[in-house]
Design a protein around this ligand. Structure first.
Ligand code: SF4
Length: 338
């Protein structure tokens, strides 16, 4: 803190032009524009930044504090989820793949809860990393024919966006994951269960509700699907391992041996993108049927509960009791019975 104060003092005791001139003369660069004292230092963006720094520092503000930051994340998470819940009265692909049916019905019925903050706050940072990975891949490649097509189907309250499509038959999803999950995925050559359900939900919508998804009179942030026909026979998962230092790694030693192991499985010592892999799954109608039936039934049941203003009962097959992360655990009648 004392060093910091000294810097503040040093800056405030010198006028902008003197600071600039002295730093130039130390460099001894006769042609440097820095050697000419600035007549109007306030026109120099660099100087303006310093000027702001001086003003702020003079208030003797405290340094960055992690505990305070966690409180800030909590507030941000609460606001973000509250807003999302207020604006969202739809079923998402994530709801079909991950969420307990009671959670989805609570959300669509706008059930109030005390706090909307996520139960596990690092999820917010992970989400940001995940979005950056999506953007990086989507903005770099020309291999996709459609990016982020919006699939909104008001008649069944569905709203989603597909990461990418290639032609009329390949549906691609980009998934960022922990190294622990990544290791399992490349070892077993199987996508995570929920990822599979989510992509199958998009296939189901494209093949059963395309006309409505293209023509519905709704606000969309991205374009609806371009083609008049899709028959998705190939799912492609693009997995990217994003964090080495997640809570599922105990120490650096474990982390390094995990990476070594991953490189070995991939047989790619020199592959600098060893943290990225693809899984391609060819679908037949027979393979797809049980998943499509599950999705169809879950969407129908959610809509039935909402249309009849009823809550699911504990014996509903789509109640999955992942209560720890659920925002509705304090108000949920099923949780109370557990
Ligand atoms: S608290 Fe549990 S049972 Fe209730 S909605 Fe949430 S996950 Fe489902």
């Amino acid at each position: 803190m004392s060093e910091f104060k000294d810097i503040v003092k040093m800056i405030s005791e010198n006028e902008g032009d003197k600071i600039v001139a002295s730093s130039a003369s130390k460099q001894g660069e006769t042609n440097s524009p820095l050697q000419t004292p600035l007549k109007n230092p306030e026109n120099c963006p660099q100087f303006n930044n310093q000027s702001n720094l001086i003003d702020t520092n003079q208030q003797s503000l405290p340094p960055f504090n992690i505990e305070l930051f966690v409180e800030e994340i909590w507030k941000k998470s609460d606001n973000k989820n509250r807003l999302y819940n207020r604006l969202t009265q739809n079923i998402s692909g994530y709801d079909i793949a991950h969420n307990c049916i009671a959670n989805v019905v609570f959300k669509i019925l706008q059930t109030p809860v005390e706090s909307f903050a996520s139960k596990w706050l690092p999820v917010l940072m992970r989400g940001t990393i995940g979005s950056a990975i999506h953007d990086f891949i989507q903005n770099t490649t020309d291999q996709f024919t459609e990016l982020e097509p919006s699939i909104k189907v008001p008649s069944i309250r569905f709203s989603g966006r597909i990461d990418a499509l290639i032609g009329h038959n390949i549906l691609a999803e980009i998934k960022s994951c922990t190294y622990a999950d990544y290791q399992k995925i490349i070892k077993n050559q199987r996508p995570r269960n929920e990822d599979f359900y989510q992509t199958m939900t998009y296939k189901y919508i494209l093949e059963n509700y395309l006309n409505e998804a293209k023509t519905a009179n709704v606000k969309r942030r991205t374009q609806p699907p371009k083609l008049d026909y899709y028959k998705i026979d190939t799912l492609q998962f693009i997995y990217v391992a994003h964090d080495l230092l997640a809570s599922d790694v105990e120490d650096f030693g474990e982390m390094l041996s995990r990476i070594k192991h991953i490189k070995k499985i991939l047989n790619s010592k020199s592959n600098t993108f060893f943290f990225m892999t693809t899984l391609t799954i060819n679908l037949t109608d027979e393979l797809s049927k049980p998943y499509i039936d599950f999705i169809d039934e879950k969407i129908k049941r959610i809509n039935w509960y909402v249309n009849n203003n009823k809550l699911p009962t504990k014996d509903d097959p789509f109640v999955n009791k992942k209560c720890f992360f659920c925002l509705y655990d304090k108000v949920c009648h099923i949780k109370k019975d557990l």
